[in-house]
Write a protein that binds this ligand. Sequence first.
Ligand SMILES: NC(=O)c1ccc[n+]([C@@H]2O[C@H](COP(=O)([O-])OP(=O)(O)OC[C@H]3O[C@@H](n4cnc5c(N)ncnc54)[C@H](OP(=O)(O)O)[C@@H]3O)[C@@H](O)[C@H]2O)c1
Length: 259
Amino acid sequence: MGNMFSLQGKNAVIVGGAGGLGQAIAQGIAESGAKVAIASRSEVSLQRAVQEIKAACGIEVKYYIVDASVESSVEALVIDSVRDFGRVDILVNAQGFNKKFKAEEFPMDIFEQMFDVNVVGVMMCCKHFGKHMIKNGYGKIVNLSSVRGKIATRGAGNAGYCGTKGALDMVTRQLASEFGQYNITVNAIGPTVTETPMMTDILNSRGPNARKDMAENLPMKRMALPSDCVGPAVFLCSDASGFVTGNIIYPDGGLTAIG
Ligand SMILES: NC(=O)c1ccc[n+]([C@@H]2O[C@H](COP(=O)([O-])OP(=O)(O)OC[C@H]3O[C@@H](n4cnc5c(N)ncnc54)[C@H](OP(=O)(O)O)[C@@H]3O)[C@@H](O)[C@H]2O)c1
């Protein structure tokens, strides 16, 4: 049967691949045998991530600059990556951002920007890479959602973020429905709070015990690590998940089990 988790011979693009979760996933996919490119807006961050991945596992990954909230920029990413790789088999959408305000004070421009990046931008990537994958009759798409697509928080602040992730979950399911006939699977990963650049300021603002309290509230009694998303991502990008589509895997230490 061979190694059904191997990604040998596959080409992958990880949007948001210089971020905390995206970089860990990009490295995991590269270590599983695929050729990998990472893409986001900041060239400095992309170059740092390329160097760190090389230092960690000796594998060279490509990078592309993209603003995934601008459709023409996403189209250029598809053209460039298909030109360089020949074809793209795997798309991971690990871009996103998170700003918290009480609902009664939420600046609507920030609410809308969050939807632009976390939902509209992911849809744009799925649309344009999806069109390419349909021609190939093969594709694996993995979207980074969150436990916040499924359960709200007790405190204030999450109307925007929860809204985007709930919407992304349904976009993921609908794309699975439409792309299934072309041998393209579309799934999501729903992590809980993980120490990455997106979360550091938010965690620091919650006081010195924030991390300890958060760990204590999870059945597995520790904070999530970026590496906790890697196994689910490799599974969802590999032939091991050949008949899995429209699903959301929660590497959340049991939070959604008790949520
Ligand atoms: N960390 C957590 O606790 C957690 C929990 C659940 C779900 N998630 C989700 O996991 C994903 C990754 O989060 P993370 O924690 O790794 O965040 P992160 O470290 O802040 O990384 C986010 C990445 O997205 C990129 N990005 C943002 N806007 C973009 C745009 N318009 N076009 C292209 N790239 C863009 C950023 O790069 P540039 O700014 O250079 O473009 C950055 O590389 C997000 O969808 C997040 O919602 C995170």
